[in-house]
Design a protein. Structure first.
Length: 243
């Protein structure tokens, strides 16, 4: 679905959003990756919806990573959450059982939409057996996720990014609620790291104490890249992150 999203609760005005939502994200991801020009077409269409913005006004695209830049059906998100995060909580946070660890994780991920922010608050509220250090989570995910088992470089995805950046002259940005070390590793394994300079990669550490879908998080990213919400298109798999 391609739509304009009222962002009074997120960025303070309107942001055009191309959404890869729920069970449809796998199909739409395949469409994008198989046709590099389709993304540019949808960007133009998103710009024309709602407030009557012209295609020429769009100059920035913000991509989520998980279940957006790779297929939601590949199992990588489930692997990261149910195996790697569980192991981190057992090994580093001192939980006695997987059930106890996952009960706390599920509670806080539902409330805060980010493992790093959730565990930070869980620690402040006395819910963790041992102290949580933010920098450890990203490195643990970077070291222990089986990237090569679940996500692969895709030449069509690379071509899509090249089309958007070089031919459409758009600024490409990544914004994720995941830790930075993990995000960088994902981009590398997807083969699209060259399209996102360090100052165009935003992880949850870069916007804490806020995170998606909070207004302050979007404001910080937009200010940092010099973009306005009216001229920005966002690709995101989660409706809650753009409302």
């Amino acid at each position: 679905a391609v739509c304009r999203v009222s962002s009074r609760r997120s960025v303070g005005s309107l942001i055009a959003a191309a959404l890869l939502v729920g069970s449809h994200s796998s199909t739409l991801w395949r469409c994008f990756s198989s046709s590099p020009n389709l993304a540019a077409t949808l960007v133009r269409r998103a710009a024309s919806l709602g407030g009557g913005a012209k295609a020429a006004e769009v100059d920035t695209i913000i991509f989520d990573i998980d279940d957006t830049l790779y297929s939601a059906s590949c199992g990588f998100s489930k692997h990261r959450a149910e195996q790697v995060t569980r192991d981190f909580m057992l090994e580093r946070l001192g939980f006695a059982s997987s059930d106890d660890a996952m009960q706390v994780w599920n509670e806080y991920i539902k409330r805060y939409h980010s493992t790093l922010k959730g565990l930070t608050i869980a620690g402040a509220e006395g819910r963790l057996p041992k102290q949580f250090r933010q920098e450890e989570l990203g490195q643990y995910w970077a070291d222990h996720c089986e990237y090569d088992k679940y996500i692969k470089p895709d030449s069509n995805l690379v071509d899509m990014m090249r089309t958007l950046q070089s031919e459409a002259n758009l600024t490409l940005v990544v914004f994720t609620n995941a830790p930075r070390a993990y995000a960088i590793k994902c981009l590398e394994f997807l083969g699209i790291r060259p399209f996102f300079s360090d100052d165009r990669v935003f992880a949850v550490e870069d916007v804490m104490p806020a995170c998606k879908p909070e207004k302050a998080a979007f404001d910080k990213v937009l200010r940092a890249v010099g973009a306005s919400p009216e001229r920005t298109v966002m690709f995101e798999d989660s409706m809650k992150n753009i409302r």
